[in-house]
Design a protein around this ligand. Structure first.
Ligand SMILES: *Cc1c(COP(=O)(O)O)cnc(C)c1O
Length: 398
């Protein structure tokens, strides 16, 4: 076995230097916990960036992986496969959508949505109707189109020229959106709650307001639920809180509990703009990954994990708000379900590192927001332990 120090040296030497990784090497996971190469145990409140909703190595997921691996891994999309069809049907039955396109990541799902919106608007309205209005502090991915849609310069710097056809307005500002929409607007693209941008929860009238603006102008409403989807916010899809439906939705992170997958869901009238040959991917929706996604989604629904996320999230947020009185450094606690942001009055980096040293993995969202996104299976004892650790680390002199 290669020792940890050597592994980290090789990482520094052989990887493209794109990540500021924590100086640990994880080797194993089970449920809420992971272990590093020195045998140290961590309570995982990151869920692999809101991916491992059922926890690590859930038996039903592992079982689906083993079965698919011995049956049929890949066929390309030149042929039908039953798991892909069953998953599309399942997603349609449990959402606003009529049709599903499978791909491999969140960015790819958003690429598909952007391409669909352009094609639909050009065919339905006019050839110069292709603009997409996104919001500041958003995050939509790292490909050139999705990084252009992302309303944060730090992700765009150095990669110019960016894609033409994108505008940005402040999030949670209906007036600004109304002013930005014109006869060239093909779509509005927003996250129901901004994840990477700081766990920003909009006012209750924001999504209904966007829906109304879209209905009046003919623009499509695209919701990026890559992070908020699959029960994370306490409903299967975050748009359900708002009582309105999008025209297009993108999902990815938790869909197959860690096996890479993305999907774009759309209403029939919109999806029709994509005809054979207009969009494709080699790997999208393999029988392997779609089997795993079926196991993930059915388990999530059977075990009522969205409801659990709502309950545990309320509890966590209540306790975090109580901690505000003891910790002047906590400026705000916000979120929905198990997507929680704790805004601090100082940089969050040392807090994340302090928690890790104390055996708790947490996320940041921007420079000053501590983000909690545990697996949806999280129990009371794990919440208590995480809160106690955060309390201790916040108490420690910086
Ligand atoms: C993570 C994320 C993406 C990008 O997903 P990738 O799989 O990393 O391409 C897009 N949108 C949102 C809201 C995300 O949180």
């Amino acid at each position: 076995m290669t020792d940890t120090r050597t592994l980290l040296e090789w990482s520094a030497k052989y990887h493209a230097n794109t990540y500021g990784r924590a100086p640990i090497c994880l080797v194993r996971g089970a449920g809420m916990r992971v272990w590093d190469s020195d045998g140290k145990e961590y309570l995982d409140f990151t869920a692999g960036l809101a991916v491992v909703a059922l926890g690590h190595c859930h038996p039903r997921v592992t079982g689906a992986i083993q079965e698919a691996a011995g049956t049929l891994l890949h066929t390309s999309n030149l042929f039908h496969t039953a798991p892909q069809i069953h998953l599309a049907k399942l997603l349609v039955e449990h959402s606003f959508a009529d049709r599903v396109f499978f791909c491999n990541s969140g960015a790819e799902a958003n690429e598909a949505a952007l391409k669909l919106a352009r094609k639909y608007a050009k065919e339905r309205f006019a050839s110069d109707r292709y603009e997409v209005i996104a919001t500041r502090d958003s995050f939509h991915g790292r490909t050139l189109a999705t990084v252009t849609a992302t309303g944060q310069e730090k992700y765009q710097h150095g990669f110019e020229p960016l894609m033409p056809g994108f505008k940005h307005v402040p999030y949670n500002d209906l007036r600004a959106m109304e002013r930005a929409i014109d006869s060239r607007t093909a779509a509005i693209l927003v996250e129901p709650i901004q994840g990477e941008g700081g766990v920003n929860v909009p006012d209750d009238d924001y999504l209904p307001g966007l829906r109304k603006l879209c209905d009046e102008s003919g623009a499509l409403l695209i919701l990026d639920e890559v992070q908020t989807g699959m029960g994370r916010t306490g409903r299967l899809w975050a748009y359900e809180h708002a009582g309105v439906e999008p025209d297009i939705m993108t999902i990815a992170k938790a869909l197959a509990n860690g096996v890479p997958i993305g999907a774009m869901l759309a209403k029939d009238a919109v999806a029709g703009a994509l005809t054979p040959g207009t969009h494709a991917t080699t790997f999208g929706g393999t029988p392997f990954v779609t089997s795993v996604a079926i196991a993930t989604l059915t388990t999530l629904l059977e075990e009522k994990l969205p409801e659990r996320a709502a309950r545990m999230g309320r509890r966590l947020m209540e306790r975090l708000r109580e901690m505000k009185t003891a910790h002047a450094i906590i400026k705000d606690v916000r979120g929905r379900g198990l997507l929680i942001g704790v805004e601090l009055a100082k940089p969050v980096g040392p807090i994340v590192a302090g928690c890790r040293d104390a055996g708790l993995l947490v996320l940041s969202a921007g420079d000053q927001v501590l983000r909690l996104a545990p697996p949806l299976i999280v129990d009371d004892a794990s919440c208590d332990r995480a809160l106690a650790t955060i309390d201790t680390v916040l108490r420690a002199p910086a």
